[in-house]
Design a protein around this ligand. Structure first.
Ligand code: NDP
Length: 313
């Protein structure tokens, strides 16, 4: 069979050759080119990308589909010159879900059982019994009930927590109190003690974690952001910590990554920082998922996680 489908790959240089080899072995009937190689621009059908430069994708006049090397697509949609009529397939799957579940459960339990205070007591040689309420007396708020958020919400419900979930469209999920859209945001937040952001970054959600939202929560609460740094208004987090609106925060994502050495977050002991590692795409598992999605797309089948033009996430 002749190879008449061409795909360009734009990934970090460290693994670029590996990706080309891996994808060529999974999809032997497709010609793969790295961004830096020679290819005929007008013959490119597909692009597999992570953080493409603004204006680059519009140079492919016959592009049929963009594949995001990750479950967020904000790194593609931020291009002002992005061709408007091309579908995007995001890469997600079981592996990513499992890793995110581990991270979110770990940090929810850390805040729930007040591990920072337990650690401090241990480090100062104090036998101090810190008693927290059981999970069924604690309300968690999960912002975003998509591929990753829903899985975490169900897992946390199964651990016994009272779980509130917030999404764009109405959902009925056994054992979870669901809230929809802006009109139910205040009700969703009211009783929350640990708030987890698992929203996509869109014009509506950028800056959503701000003082106005924090003030809608009745008790002092803990914040976990695993979504995107731009969801959080950073100065507002510092103010909320200072004013005891927020007790502690766990952040995996930041406006600027790596987090600059002089950033005030580093010095604040109430902010637990991880370097965007909540759930990294495993290249082996991700490659297989891309291969399946690309085959389905080329064969005109329904594609999991295909985002139609204009949807935004
Ligand atoms: P999905 O697109 O599957 O789900 C998004 C959810 O957010 C949906 O439930 C959607 O509602 C809801 N939502 C979107 N916009 C709004 C809005 N304006 N108001 C209320 N709800 C809204 O996303 P994923 O679960 O795949 O990813 C979640 C986040 O995690 C993303 O930001 C992604 O970039 C990030 N991520 C971070 C990683 C890390 O390592 N830190 C790794 C992987 C992902 P509806 O269901 O009604 O459409």
């Amino acid at each position: 069979m002749s190879k008449n489908i061409n795909c360009v790959i734009k990934v970090g240089e460290a693994r670029a050759d590996w990706w080309k080899k891996h994808m060529s072995s999974l999809l032997p009937n497709i010609n793969f080119f790295l961004m830096r190689e020679n290819y005929e621009i007008d013959k490119i059908d597909l692009a597999i990308v992570w953080k493409p430069e603004n204006g680059w994708l519009k140079t492919f006049k016959n592009l049929r589909c963009i594949i995001s090397l990750g479950s967020g697509i904000d790194h593609i949609l931020c291009d002002p010159d992005l061709p408007k009529n091309i579908p995007i397939i995001k890469t997600t799957g079981e592996d990513l879900k499992m890793r995110m579940r581990e991270y979110v459960v770990l940090h929810v339990l850390k805040h729930h059982r007040n591990l920072p205070a337990v650690t401090e007591a241990r480090n100062t040689h104090q036998w101090k019994q810190i008693i927290e309420p059981p999970a069924n007396k604690r309300t968690l708020g999960i912002m975003g009930l998509g591929n990753l958020g829903l899985d975490c919400a169900i897992t946390l419900k199964n651990l016994g927590f009272k779980v509130n979930g917030w999404s764009n469209s109405k959902k009925n999920i056994d054992g979870i109190n669901t809230f929809t859209g802006e009109k139910e945001l205040t009700k969703f937040l009211k009783q929350v003690e640990i708030l987890v952001c698992m929203l996509p970054l869109t014009p509506k959600t950028r800056g959503i974690l701000n003082l106005e939202l924090f003030n809608k929560i009745e008790k002092e609460f803990c914040l976990i952001n695993v979504a995107r740094g731009e969801h959080l208004v950073e100065e507002d987090l510092l103010k909320a910590l200072e004013n005891k609106i927020i007790k502690e925060a766990t952040l995996d994502v930041f406006h600027i990554e790596p987090l600059p050495i002089k950033h005030p977050f580093w010095k604040n002991s109430k902010i637990f920082i991880t370097p965007h590692i909540a759930s990294l795409l495993d290249p082996e598992a991700g490659g297989k998922e891309i291969a399946k999605n690309v085959n389905d797309f080329l064969n005109g089948k329904q594609v999991d996680n295909l985002i139609p033009p204009g949807k935004g996430y």
